[in-house]
Design a protein around this ligand. Structure first.
Ligand code: GDP
Ligand code: IMO
Ligand code: MG
Length: 419
């Protein structure tokens, strides 16, 4: 059978976790393919709220296998905390979680390097999540990384070699740190990690596909944070686009079925970097308040703005999106008017294509639509949608050329309308 992919079309935090949880009953396997504990995927159901970082969002549905794929980077210390939180709440993970031998490890010194690099950048810092993501992927690409499978073979020696190299780099920075404390938590995490199924996940997934299982691949971050196509250098260090599901799980492009592209009815970003439709005024604050726009990993206020259709058309193109999912529609419930950026004006010239450099002189070209001024949070079906909301959906579908298959009207699993 096929692998359907769910991924973010903006700068992350679109609501991927919620939709993965909602769609998991249709699949046998849920698999994360990139990123690491820089992700924070929020799930709410039956009065519970969980924020998942490394563990796939299918973990709360019974009888499903959740795979942490080879493209993911894992910090055992953070993984242990996350697993223990879920276990303390009564979730048994051992029979539904497995981890790729080829997933790379985030070492304590990767976290220190992330902090040292950020500190040295001053005003031009990326605003990373501080989880060591960049340095861990750097070691992977430069062929110095350590993988989960290495934990079982002469690991101490490999670990020592890697940290000695990192310490030499850290010595070049004016940066203080306490490594032994971090290492104690990290090695306790390694023992925890080893208590789960560590597998050859590419074989596992491909065999299951041949046997007729359906797989849901869960993206992290968003396409505008992609290392190749995002707002470089203000990006994360992995391929967040659909192609990343192939390399991050070891599946062929032929196996990809639907690509669910998730976006908020407006737009947000955490960390530094360009954001053409950002609102630095009261309206931006209104969006932040109504949408509770504070990062689930770092607690930082998210930057807010209107929806950017130039950027969305670009990410839909990169991913081959077949179905759109619109999140946080309810956040716009109280607005009199809603704006959408349909083109950019750059030095007087209008363009609908995302340019190489989105830092320069971009003036959004706006279309304004009437707000619906109706509480959508209790709606159960699209028959209840107000006329103005339907007009917003039709407008977006025409502009983007892809149907909006799912509309989310609140954080809870139940506040989801499949069209
Ligand atoms: P992810 O990283 O893409 O999984 O998204 P996050 O969990 O970081 O951020 C999405 C936030 O919006 C979380 O706090 C969710 O609980 C919340 N959320 C998801 N869908 C909706 C929705 O339709 N309406 C509202 N108001 N909140 C939502
Ligand atoms: P989810 O999966 C939003 C951002 C950081 C920073 C940049 C690089 O929850 O949508 P990194 O730590 O990856 O080196 O940081 O990427 N970032 C995210 N923003 N949601 C995320 O994940 C993010 N993961 C990383 O804020 O700007
Ligand atoms: Mg998030």
């Amino acid at each position: 059978m096929k692998v359907d992919v769910i991924l973010g079309l903006q700068w992350g935090d679109e609501g991927k976790g919620k939709i993965v949880d909602v769609l998991t009953p249709n699949y046998q396997i849920v698999a994360r393919f990139q990123g690491g504990p820089n992700a924070g995927h929020t799930l709410e159901f039956e009065g519970h709220k969980y924020i998942l970082k490394s563990i796939p969002s299918g973990i709360f549905q019974e009888g499903k296998v959740n795979v942490i794929g080879n493209g993911v980077v894992i910090d055992p210390a953070l993984f242990k905390q996350e697993a223990e939180t879920l276990e303390a709440a009564g979730n048994i993970l051992t029979d539904k979680l497995c981890i790729s031998k080829k997933a790379h490890l985030i070492l304590p010194t990767h976290r220190l390097l992330d902090a040292a690099y950020e500190q040295s950048k001053g005003d031009s810092k990326i605003g990373t999540t501080g989880r060591g993501i960049g340095p861990a992927y750097t070691d992977k690409v430069s062929r110095n990384g350590l993988r989960v499978g290495d934990l079982f073979h002469d690991f101490e020696e490999k670990y020592k070699k890697a940290t000695e190299r990192h310490k030499k780099i850290l010595a070049q920075y004016d940066f203080e740190y306490n490594l032994p404390e971090l290492e104690e938590q990290w090695f306790a995490g390694v023992e925890k990690l080893k208590s789960y199924d560590i597998i050859d996940s590419e074989h596992f997934i491909n065999k299951k596909l041949v046997a007729g299982d359906k797989v849901l691949a869960e993206g992290a971050q968003g396409s505008l944070l992609d290392i190749d196509f995002g707002s470089y250098p203000f990006v994360t260090s992995s391929n967040t686009i659909c192609a990343g599901a192939c390399t991050g799980l070891g599946i062929s492009p032929h196996t990809i079925g639907d690509v669910f592209g998730i976006f908020k009815a407006y737009c947000t970003r955490v960390g530094s970097g360009p954001f053409p439709t950002e609102l630095l005024d009261e309206t931006g604050q209104e969006l932040r308040d109504a949408g509770h726009e504070y990062g689930s990993v770092t607690g930082r206020p998210r930057r807010c703005g209107w929806i950017d259709l130039v950027a969305l058309r670009y990410t839909i193109m990169l991913n081959g999106v077949t179905k759109l999912v619109m999140m946080k529609s309810d956040v716009l419930d109280s607005f009199d008017a809603i704006k959408a950026c349909v083109a950019y004006k750059i030095n007087g010239e209008e363009t609908e294509d995302l340019p190489f450099d989105i830092t320069e002189n971009i003036e959004p070209v706006w279309v304004e639509l009437p707000g619906w001024k109706t509480d959508m949070t209790r709606m159960q079906s699209e028959d209840e949608f107000p006329e103005e909301f339907n007009a917003y959906l039709t407008f977006l579908e025409e502009e983007l050329g892809v149907p909006i298959a799912i509309v989310s009207v609140g954080p809870d699993r139940a506040q989801t309308i499949i069209r």
